[in-house]
Design a binder for this molecule. Structure first.
Ligand code: FES
Ligand code: FES
Length: 176
């Protein structure tokens, strides 16, 4: 039997306020995929091991399968759909770098990899190898390997990411 949708939930998702009524046991990933139809965030292990469900919560990367909706009410959530270039519809520089460097390997791991890269480059615009490995240690690829992904992170850092703000594709005020 499904739970009643009796709990109000408000947060900002990809820059827009969302007001929902959800069940008590709803997780953030369910809010995103089921209630808001933001299916770019993937569900795989559901126990916090793979990073397929990674999103930014107030700028910090979190596994949305482990965050209950009530824990993120009032927060600012950014999903893969919330990243874009200078104009709506353009790829974010991190996404562009993943395409160019062969880091876009499959639909399951890539959204989470890109989100973790966003968090990493917001903190370290030109990360060391160690910082890249640490920043992506929560994101697993089970099949292809990490060479293209690490190249993409480095390219994004060198080329673009340092001029981008924390949670959106919009340039920092000082760069405008
Ligand atoms: S589905 Fe959330 S960490 Fe794997
Ligand atoms: S899990 Fe996506 S390429 Fe390996």
């Amino acid at each position: 039997m499904s739970e009643p949708l009796e709990n109000p939930w408000i947060a900002v998702v990809n820059g827009e306020e969302q007001q929902l009524r959800i069940a008590q046991t709803t997780r953030l990933v369910d809010v995103l995929r089921t209630h808001l139809n933001l299916t770019g965030t993937k569900v795989s292990c559901e126990v916090g091991r793979c990073g397929a469900c990674m999103v930014l919560m107030d700028g910090e990367p979190v596994n949305s399968c482990l965050v209950m909706a009530y824990q993120c009410a009032g927060s600012e959530i950014t999903t893969i759909e919330g990243l874009h270039g200078e104009k709506e519809g353009e790829l974010h520089p991190i996404q562009q770098a993943f395409v160019e460097e062969g880091g876009f390997q499959c639909g399951y791991c890539t959204p989470g990899m890109v989100i973790s890269t966003k968090a990493l480059l917001d903190r370290y615009p030109q990360p060391s190898q160690e910082q890249i490995e640490s920043g992506l240690c929560g994101n697993l690829c089970r099949c292809t390997g990490y060479g293209g992904i690490i190249r993409a992170v480095r390219t994004a850092g060198e080329t673009y990411a340092s001029s981008f703000s924390l949670t959106t594709g919009v340039k920092k005020v000082n760069d405008l």
